[in-house]
Ligand binder design. Structure first.
Ligand code: GLN
Length: 230
């Protein structure tokens, strides 16, 4: 059957890019929006439950995790976000975002809440005062290991590390050398990705491109192919 007015095989959706939100309560939101746009997504800010409902994936940016926890609670976003994550919403958390997604947080405030979407134990501000902020080159499984790929420059700012992971979690990167050698700094569990570092502050878009691909894998089956003529 051909729908009235159709001219031939086509996909009805005018824009098949996935819609990726950036949680915009605080933190470095703008840099993530720009990185997502150049990585093939439509990027929008998320501050309300209705905006959260609309997105195919969500970035939780760096910032301050206890403040983010407080704002999520007072804005009535905590429960809707936890529910969408539990239902499989693809998510990427950077630094404070990684802390928010974890199932256990060490060295946080007793009233800080977390979203329990990644089976990891995270230690806040783990790199300590001596090396609060630093940069290093990382090999990241699935992201920097293409045929002519180079390691990625990673920027850490009062970052957490992942103290332990459950067997369901893939470890993607570890600190290669120095006092924190071997510490886990990038992980993935199903549709949830997290890094201790901030890829949005460098020009390297490989982490964002990898996440947009993850969102496409999940949302691809649900979007935009409803009106293909036969
Ligand atoms: N130290 C911050 C926290 O505990 C995270 C820092 C960051 O996101 N750059 O939430």
């Amino acid at each position: 059957m051909t729908a009235p007015g159709s001219t031939g095989p086509h996909v009805s959706s005018p824009d098949s890019r996935p819609l990726v939100g950036v949680l915009a309560l605080q933190g470095d939101v703008r840099e993530h929006l720009a990185a997502l746009e150049v990585s093939g997504a439509r990027a929008v800010t998320v501050r309300r439950a209705a905006e959260l409902d609309a997105v195919d994936g969500l970035v939780i940016p760096g910032g301050e995790s206890t403040t983010m926890s407080h704002l999520l609670t007072v804005l009535d976003l905590f429960e809707p976000l936890a529910a969408r994550l539990a239902a499989g919403l693809p998510a990427y958390g950077s630094c404070a975002g990684m802390i928010m997604l974890a199932s256990t947080i060490l060295d946080t405030r007793p009233d800080a809440k977390h979203l329990d979407a990644l089976d990891i134990t995270v230690r806040r501000n783990a790199f300590g005062r001596q090396v609060e902020s630093f940069e290093t080159d990382l090999d990241i499984a699935g992201i920097t290991d293409g045929p002519d790929a180079a390691p990625m420059r990673a920027v850490f700012i009062r970052a957490p590390w992942v103290e332990s992971v459950s067997p369901h979690v893939q470890v993607l990167a570890r600190v290669p050398d120095g006092p924190a050698q071997g510490r886990i700094v990038a992980v993935r569990q199903g549709a949830v990705l997290a890094t201790s570092f901030h890829p949005e502050v460098t020009g390297d878009r490989r982490v964002h491109a990898y996440f947009v691909d993850m969102v496409r894998e999940v949302s691809g089956g649900n979007r935009g192919v409803g009106n293909i003529d036969t």
